[in-house]
Design a protein around this ligand. Structure first.
Ligand SMILES: [Zn+2]
Length: 383
């Protein structure tokens, strides 16, 4: 196998999506301001992660892939033409901060669209497509796209949860249209529910969507067991809502009990992963207690599954991850596992007793959640 077998896609343009600062503190009686701190989805996080990959020497072992602007034709495989024009209009008039509704759609209160955001979002989608292209045409064995803005919450005409265009859904459409791929498995282990991706393929058996996420978290009431697909896609939309504090063992059990058996029955020709590192124990936007090693083990498993089922054809697309100190570690561990490179990076919190707890916990609530998911999807799959 060639050296540099794993592609790494990154583009400086991703940093021109500026989400601004936050400073407000709200008490029962009033609101006041502190010195500003970066918005949770600040460009700072991706920049630090890229610096980590470069500084550790990991980037030098990877095959650098470049991005491009996705075309309107490619973006409208999911999004409406009016919505794409609306995103452009917001950027021209930006910064625009939701919530607001227009004739073309909706932007929520979490999502900021700055003057550079439209171009960054076009390149984020184009990056996802290029990573898929490089993997399917054999330029690389597999790939990691360090994208920004993220995509899995974006609906056909709604910008939600920091997302403008749905990178992973558009990547799946691209693989089908350009390479004739008939069965794609999308695994979404970002801690939030991939509602936009679910929506894109809800009645479509050509995509098996499996989401592990914190139950009833974001978007609220989204990602329940009852949302199992419709029409020809019934059973092909798999939600695995997990309780807070699931930890490494719970995620790995979810993989072993649900993701791997489903993959073996579905036999995808390509696996796409929405990799959010916001299930980590230090993430300020969730409560799932994954560690750097948990991300490594989870990725090793999905790589082995891809080797077994689809000649190793797997592309990971970066979604969320908001712990400034720890997200770069979790991302690096993911890419190490994807590429088979081990640089011996020591966990930033290796001396913390909390880290051990995150690795060992496997609560009855987690076991019940996995049991409930298996019971639900046994209706369609022999798992
Ligand atoms: Zn997330």
């Amino acid at each position: 196998m060639a050296i540099n077998r794993t592609g790494l896609l990154y583009d400086q343009r991703f940093l021109t999506h500026m989400t601004g600062d936050e400073s407000a503190v709200i008490t029962r009686e009033k609101m006041f301001h502190l010195s500003p701190a970066p918005h949770p989805s600040s460009s700072f996080l991706i920049q630090r992660t890229k610096e980590f990959l470069d500084g550790s020497g990991l980037s030098a072992h990877l095959h650098a892939l470049s991005s491009r602007a996705a075309t309107l034709d490619e973006i409208t495989t999911y999004h409406t033409q009016e919505y794409v024009a609306g995103m452009h209009e917001c950027a021209v008039n930006g910064p625009m901060i939701g919530p607001f509704t227009r004739s073309w759609g909706f932007v929520d209160e979490d999502t900021v669209i700055s003057p550079g955001s439209y171009e960054a979002a076009l390149y984020s989608v184009g990056g996802a497509l290029n990573a898929v292209q490089a993997t399917l045409n054999g330029e690389v064995h597999n790939a990691y796209a360090l994208l920004r803005p993220p995509g899995h919450h974006a609906m056909s005409n709604q910008a939600l949860g920091f997302c403008m265009f749905n990178n992973v859904a558009l990547a799946a459409h691209y693989a089908r249209r350009t390479f004739g791929v008939e069965r794609i498995m999308i695994i979404d282990w970002d801690v939030h529910h991939g509602n936009g991706t679910q929506n894109a393929f809800y009645s479509d058996p050509g995509v098996l969507f499996v989401s592990l996420h914190q139950e009833n978290w974001f978007p609220g009431h989204s990602g329940t067991l009852e949302e199992s697909g419709s029409d020809k896609g019934i059973g092909y939309n798999v939600n695995v809502p997990l309780p807070p504090g699931t930890g490494d063992r719970g995620y790995l059990a979810a993989f072993d009990q649900l993701i791997a058996p489903l993959g073996q029955l579905y036999r995808p020709e390509l696996i796409l992963v929405s990799n959010g590192v916001d299930a980590c124990w230090l993430d300020p936007l969730a409560q799932m207690m994954m560690t750097m090693d948990g991300y490594r083990q989870l990725t090793l498993r999905v790589v082995a599954l891809a080797e077994e089922l689809c000649s190793g054809r797997i592309v990971l697309l970066h979604e969320g991850g908001y712990s400034v100190p720890y997200a770069p570690y979790c991302t690096a561990a993911t890419i190490e596992a994807l590429s088979g490179i081990d640089l011996g990076i020591v966990d930033l919190y290796a001396t913390s007793s909390e880290l051990v707890r995150c690795q060992e916990i496997y609560s009855p609530a987690t076991q019940d959640a996995l049991h409930a998911a298996r019971e639900t999807y046994m209706r369609w799959w022999k798992i």
